[in-house]
Design a protein around this ligand. Structure first.
Ligand SMILES: Nc1nc2c(ncn2[C@@H]2O[C@H](COP(=O)(O)OP(=O)(O)OP(=O)(O)O)[C@@H](O)[C@H]2O)c(=O)[nH]1
Ligand SMILES: [Mg+2]
Length: 241
């Protein structure tokens, strides 16, 4: 996997312009690297879940926790501008979840994850999932030190989003086309959305899921479990050398 900072990736075909935000992002990338190192030392798979507001991130994580929290030791950090609502929903499934309230900031930053980790006992944790603030724009630029970035795109949002918000899809390893149960009622082409996402990022993997019907949820859970195993096996190989 490419370990270059997510913020330095540029979409193909866009016009390069001076961007002062890039200087701020360097500070974020520095903290993100420290998180990545800490996750590597502790063998924790870190997943950053992004999407527009309301695409089904929390619902998917509730279903995920119900299915795999008995198989893998997992915890969840969830970011929102206000309220503890998503963390409350997640805790109802029995999983340990901590809410990060950004107080108006439209994305999570690496230093927020670093601070939250101080309140979270990570002993024995194998999988740490971060649910980012619902927004396809700002969270795309902030590396959180994750191993994988997973972006949900709900069928209700329209199939034009990968080309309109390319950075998010460029920096994601997996796109989950969510709310697939609504496909019969919507003018949404899965074929077109996959073609556009792959045009932006030829390496992006795609799964079609519905938290309502359960379509694709086992496949998604197996993907997560495989990633946890891969990281642990890679660490064992290094330790044996
Ligand atoms: N039809 C359908 N509705 C869904 C599905 N998943 C979630 N929803 C509904 O979509 C709405 C938003 O779901 P959430 O899980 O809160 O979405 P979210 O991405 O966490 O939202 P934010 O955290 O606010 O960005 C809720 O009313 C869910 O019940 C699905 O697979 N199918
Ligand atoms: Mg949510």
């Amino acid at each position: 996997m490419d370990k270059a900072a997510k913020s330095s990736k540029t979409a193909r075909g866009t016009v390069a312009c001076d961007n002062t935000t890039l200087h701020l992002l360097k500070a974020n990338d520095f903290v993100a690297e420290s998180i990545r190192k800490r996750m590597a030392e502790n063998n924790i798979m870190l997943i950053n879940i992004t999407s527009s507001a309301g695409s089904g991130k929390t619902t998917l994580l509730q279903e995920t926790a119900r299915r795999i929290s008995g198989k893998v030791k997992m915890k969840i950090l969830v970011g929102d501008l206000e309220t503890e609502r998503d963390a409350d929903r997640l805790r109802q499934t029995g999983v340990d979840a901590l809410q990060i309230v950004t107080g108006g900031i439209c994305h999570l930053e690496a230093q927020m994850i670093w601070q939250a980790m101080e309140s979270l006992n990570l002993d024995g944790v194998e999988l740490l999932i971060v649910e980012n603030v619902g927004n396809l724009v700002c969270p795309a630029s902030f590396d959180l030190g994750e191993d994988y970035r997973v972006t949900l795109l709900a069928t209700t949002e329209g199939d034009d989003k990968p080309k309109k918000y390319p950075r998010m899809f460029l920096t994601s390893e997996l796109m989950l086309v969510s709310k697939s149960d609504l496909l019969p009622y919507l003018p949404f082409s899965v074929e077109a959305v996959v073609a556009d996402a792959r045009d932006v990022n030829p390496n992006i993997d795609v799964m079609q899921i519905s938290s309502t019907t359960g379509e694709g949820i086992d496949q998604w859970c197996n993907w997560l479990l495989d990633k946890v195993k891969e990281k642990q096996e890679a660490a064992n190989v290094v330790a044996a050398q």
